[in-house]
Design a binder for this molecule. Structure first.
Ligand SMILES: Cc1ncc(COP(=O)(O)O)c(C=O)c1O
Length: 470
């Protein structure tokens, strides 16, 4: 199978797509282009590893458009919110429920997966996906809890250095975590929170502006806390440059990687990021409310001076059951655990990581850039204001992409805004079995996940979107 090239710019992706269409002698919006791309896709077989809801399953109770065949698979474009269930998940969970039924407390020590060291089953693969060493990663808690635990250790305000840099329109958990941490330490959020906005009239943060802000104000900053990928726009922060700038001013750096883990290539270790946290129910497909991930750089692995909250799972696993109450801290990220891990959640994450184990973030990125680039190209060629003015009788209905066009500054998600009520569009898409989500300010988020979405999915989304403009 031919596969796709690794492409780094919008122009190279567009010309690749145009050359494939030209080779086939078909237009850019022709289904045959999608079919050719699906035939070239080396990851196409991964789709079969997931449970794809049919339209009738997912739209149960909804009024469907009359011409829709509800026995078909839906077009699922919300892996940025909740990833699909891997087919292996149920077997792992059921086997473990059986084990619990049969072994009771002995299950802690029993194969096939002893519960006591259960986190081990996901550490190596999680570390590989975020560009970390195994000692730097642990599954634990939920994401918001992990954001707080990150700040407990890496927000150590002093009279002169007490500020936290975050972005405007941050996800509420990050905003509230930062605000409450600042309050907890007795500082005034109005003074301590540096909320960075993009330039007037722009949607994204220019790296040079972020770096300049850190250079100018860094002496008073204790922590830079940003998302890897911004949830609303899909914008990817330049984590490497930001980490470098923050460290040069003596600040700690942490990232909320909710929308980045399993979506974009990360090199947390090499970039020198201090701390990071992510949920696993989006691109990592661990299921609703799945266990979150936590990263602490190796340079902090043996630092007993870092303030932290403790529990029995922070203690060295070899002597944990001595119950001595004389702390022997586990090295690395594992030493930030408090509770014994939820076994069923570790198993459901493991089922998805087994799928990832057959590919790599580089292979996923190669496909993702072409897949999302294809979606972008279809919208830009046919559905933007300029294009609609040329062709449509009613040109007042159009859409705008509010995600960067540079493939290095985005992952699988495109956010769209519409010139007419977005709820109308969302409703029409849903009535035809196309699943997207809505967020504030009329953002529709559309995320073709390279693990299970096809080019035909993107084409169907585009054709359905076209109908909403009629
Ligand atoms: C960027 C970001 N941070 C934090 C959260 C909150 O995650 P949780 O509810 O799992 O703590 C989410 C959830 O979608 C998110 O998108």
């Amino acid at each position: 199978m031919e596969g796709f090239p690794y492409l780094e710019s919008k122009e190279s992706i567009q010309s690749y797509l145009e050359s494939v269409a030209g080779g086939e002698g078909v237009g850019l919006d022709d289904l045959r282009l999608a079919t050719t791309l699906d035939n070239r896709d080396k990851l196409a077989s991964f789709r079969a590893k997931f449970c794809l809801p049919t339209i009738s399953d997912i739209c149960e109770g909804e009024k469907l458009a009359a011409d829709i065949d509800s026995s078909q698979d839906c077009v699922y474009l919300t892996g940025n919110s909740l990833g699909l269930q891997p087919k292996g998940t149920k077997d792992l969970i059921v086997a473990d429920l059986d084990k619990w039924a049969k072994k009771g407390v002995y299950g802690h020590f029993h194969d096939p997966v002893a519960w006591l060291p259960i986190e081990d089953i996901v550490v190596d693969e999680s570390a590989r996906l975020v560009g970390a060493k195994p000692i730097e990663v642990v599954p634990m808690n939920g994401l918001t809890v992990n954001c707080h635990l990150a700040m407990v250790s890496f927000y150590q305000p002093t009279k002169d250095r007490f500020k936290i840099v975050l972005e405007k329109d941050s996800f509420p958990s990050d905003f509230y975590a930062v605000q409450s941490q600042v309050n907890w330490h007795g500082y005034d959020p109005k003074e301590a929170m540096i909320v960075m906005a993009p330039r007037e009239g722009e949607h994204f943060w220019r790296t040079e502006d972020v770096v300049q802000l850190i250079e100018e104000q860094g002496d008073s900053v204790a922590l830079v806390w940003l998302p890897g990928v911004h949830y609303l726009t899909g914008y990817v922060f330049d984590m490497e440059a930001i980490t470098k700038a923050a460290h040069s001013k003596g600040c700690y750096v942490g990232f909320d990687l909710a929308h980045a883990a399993g979506n974009v290539e990360l090199c947390l270790h090499d970039w020198g990021v201090d701390v990071a946290a992510w949920c696993t129910y989006k691109y990592l497909n661990s299921g609703p409310g799945g266990i979150a991930g936590f990263f602490v750089h190796e340079k902090h692995a043996h630092n007993q001076q870092l303030p932290r909250l403790l529990g029995w799972w922070s203690h060295n696993r070899k002597t944990r059951f001595d119950m001595s109450n004389v702390l022997d801290l586990q090295a690395g990220a594992a030493g930030f655990q408090l509770s014994n891990p939820p076994v069923l959640e570790c198993l459901s994450l493991k089922a998805s990581l087994d799928v990832f184990a057959d590919t790599s973030m580089r292979e996923l990125t190669i496909k993702s850039r072409i897949l999302t680039g294809y979606l972008e190209m279809l919208i830009e060629h046919y559905l933007t204001k300029e294009k609609r003015e040329n062709v449509a009788a009613d040109s007042s209905k159009y859409m705008t992409i509010v995600t960067p066009s540079d493939p290095k500054r985005r992952g699988a998600q495109l956010s769209l805004q519409f010139s007419f009520p977005v709820k109308e569009v969302h409703h029409q898409l849903a009535s035809r079995g196309v699943v997207t989500d809505l967020r504030k300010d009329g953002h529709m988020r559309v995320a073709p996940a390279p693990l299970y979405n096809s080019f035909k999915d993107v084409w169907t989304f585009f054709k359905t979107l076209e109908l909403t403009l009629k």
